[in-house]
Ligand binder design. Structure first.
Ligand code: 48F
Length: 256
């Protein structure tokens, strides 16, 4: 017999377990677009406890709509290894441009992140940061529905050894730190230049404030790099790069 109250208890108690596990993590990633999802997968696979916070109902960020709602994206040759790692299929368009189905890309990145053990909190908006002793030590979160409705409900705080701003063009976390803590300048994303933008986003993926790392389009916003449109190799490679940087840092700390 199906019992409605058991359904309620099962959902409430299992979500609370997930929530309590997720609020003290090694790495908290803000934004579940291509860069954040890629980073979350590589970090979880390396054994870190990872939570990802996404303000929308569905994960995937700017992947789903492809270019101008044509739901295909392009990935350049240098990022094919990442597609292979995830088992995402692609078709050669020419020697440096490969076509990927946007739905397969989004769906697989999400699936692999969840299967790698990432704790996913959708419908959750990061609205502030916690800074202690000059470094980011956590995030202030609230339900997106609270933010959208303008209800006066206080947020709550989670802790992390490292935080990743993967919020895309808005670079929300970096802007908060720049405004409230200083010591970080946001230059703002520049015009379209795909080649320069793709290269720069990977090269400048970095720790921008103690404990705060930036990946994906947020890198372009922080460093004043060009935009690049529906080519996604840079997002995947930047996500992988930020995972490597954080792994080195946290493993180094554990040794010292
Ligand atoms: O925008 P988004 O896909 O960022 P990305 O990983 O990838 C950029 C590409 O999609 C595309 C592009 C490729 O060349 O230019 O635009 O850099 O994903 C960012 C995610 O962050 C979420 C937002 O809903 C989106 O899913 N997000 C933004 N602000 C917050 C947030 C916030 N305050 N709290 C939680 N999630």
């Amino acid at each position: 017999m199906i019992d409605e109250i058991k359904i309620t208890k099962a959902i409430a108690s299992s979500f609370m377990d997930k929530f309590l596990k997720g609020i003290e993590c090694d790495v908290a990633i803000v934004g579940a677009g291509p860069s954040g999802l890629t980073a979350s997968y590589y970090l979880a696979r390396s054994g870190f406890k990872v939570s990802i916070f996404e303000k929308k109902l569905s994960l995937g960020g700017g992947i789903w709509g492809g270019g101008m709602m044509f739901n295909q994206v392009v990935v350049q040759k240098s990022a094919l290894d990442v597609l292979d790692e995830f088992g995402i299929s692609y078709e050669e368009f020419d020697e440096n441009h490969y076509i990927v189905d946007a739905i397969e890309l989004a769906g697989t990145l999400i699936y692999k992140a969840v299967k790698a053990g990432v704790s996913v909190f959708n419908l959750t908006t990061v609205e502030d940061v916690m800074i202690k002793n000059g470094r980011i030590s956590g995030l202030v979160i609230n339900w997106s529905a609270v933010e959208m409705s303008g209800l006066h409900v206080d947020p709550m705080t989670i802790s992390a050894k490292a935080v990743v701003d993967a919020t895309g063009h808005d670079a929300v976390v970096c802007r908060l730190v720049a405004k409230k803590a200083g010591r970080l300048e946001i230059k703002g994303e520049r015009f379209m230049h795909a080649e320069e933008g793709e290269k720069g986003v990977v090269e400048r993926t970095s720790e921008v404030f103690p404990g705060l790392f930036v990946t994906g389009m947020a890198v372009a916003a922080v460093y004043g790099l060009p935009r690049m449109g529906p080519i996604f190799g840079g997002m995947l490679l930047s996500g992988k790069r930020v995972a490597e940087l954080i792994s080195e840092k946290l493993k180094g700390k554990a040794r010292s």
